[in-house]
Design a protein around this ligand. Structure first.
Ligand SMILES: [Cu+2]
Length: 357
């Protein structure tokens, strides 16, 4: 069993049967007596330590990797084949709330309705009698969808940060990407009780995947010195950051691997974009696409982002924005979700080839 990986797939691209197995396991741990206490105790750790370094640079990434694993372990007591799938919101950045992720039957259910904005339908809705610790109904308050979520270019530009820019990489992933997505989903996802929202875990699984990809650039990336230098256990845990740097060798012989989604026609285009981001990230400012909304000041407040970090996040925000915004009416098919025209990517790649020849 030593070489068995826990493979985490992209939620909207894994078979419906697997999606259901995952959701059923989540329902089981959150409602059945033999798991519920431990489930709630786990969520409580996140709530209790919300304002500590677990949401700041020193511990954010390894702490949440640990947290994901504890949740996954509990799910696997219900169903030993389950892993925590990730939601790659960047692939649906232009219209995130029309993603199949929010499907009532095979997903996490939709937006909240009324005041308070209770989710009504789906497995975690009022109509299914699902509740959260401390909160009654699960609440969501999707903010209007015009290009609000970090897109693939933003993710690739984050990944393109090199070793010496670790602190920018970490800040972009934590604030410009992660905090913004929490805020866009709204309500429960904004506060201390956010882990009570079932979408919290697929959202964090993607954050972890992104870190994992950055770490794959080399051992100095994977075993970053800022984590190795810590000589304390992370808040609410008995482990250190250094124990959670390598998904290939987590404590208790666990190995985690993230599977890429199959994207058909878009697969090549996305790979091209990623290559370009690696080679010449600034060039991507010239790629026309739907522009991202500016980070809402309330997002900074909700996650207690420091003044210095806010200024840096604003600077980084400009780097990942396009000089040539387009609107949705110019897009067709999958472009409407991803927020970029296929023809523009092709044009940019051709130009890039001519220059590098
Ligand atoms: Cu989070």
């Amino acid at each position: 069993m030593k070489n068995c990986y826990r493979v985490r797939g992209e939620f909207t691209h894994i078979p419906k049967k697997e999606r259901l197995r995952y959701l059923q396991a989540v329902l089981a741990i959150s409602t059945q007596a033999q798991y519920k206490k431990r489930y709630e105790a786990l969520l409580e750790i996140h709530r209790k330590y919300f304002r500590t370094p677990i949401h700041k640079a020193p511990n954010f990434l390894p702490w949440h990797r640990w947290f994901l694993l504890q949740y996954e372990n509990l799910l696997r007591e219900v169903d030993c084949k389950v892993t925590v799938p990730y939601w790659d919101w960047s692939l649906v950045a232009a219209d995130p709330f029309n993603s199949d992720f929010w499907n009532d039957a095979y997903g996490f259910g939709g937006n909240g309705i009324g005041f308070p904005p209770c989710v009504r339908t789906g497995l975690f809705g009022v109509l299914n009698n699902w509740t959260i610790p401390y909160g009654g109904c699960l609440q969501r308050n999707f903010i209007p969808t015009q290009g609000v979520i970090p897109n693939v270019v933003a993710v690739f530009q984050t990944l393109a940060k090199n070793l010496t820019s670790f602190s920018d990489f970490e800040l972009m992933l934590r604030v410009n990407l992660h905090d913004v997505v929490h805020f866009a989903i709204g309500a429960v996802m904004i506060g201390e009780n956010s882990a009570a929202a079932p979408e919290f875990f697929p959202v964090h699984s993607f954050v972890d995947k992104t870190w994992d990809e950055w770490q794959a650039k080399g051992n100095l990336y994977r075993f970053h010195k800022s984590y190795l230098a810590q000589n304390y256990t992370m808040p609410g845990t008995s482990v250190m950051s250094a124990d959670f740097l390598n998904n290939e060798a987590l404590p208790e012989c666990v190995k985690v691997k993230y599977a890429q989604p199959t994207l058909g026609n878009w697969e090549g285009l996305i790979k091209d974009l990623k290559r370009m981001a690696e080679r010449n990230p600034n060039e991507l400012q010239n790629l026309p696409r739907m522009s991202m909304a500016k980070i809402n000041e309330k997002t900074f407040e909700a996650f207690h982002v420091t003044k210095e970090e806010r200024q840096r996040a604003r600077r980084l925000e400009r780097d990942i924005e396009t000089k040539y915004p387009i609107d949705k009416t110019q897009l067709v098919g999958m472009e409407k979700m991803i927020g970029i025209r296929a023809v523009d990517i092709k044009y940019m790649m051709d130009k890039d080839k001519t220059i590098s020849v």
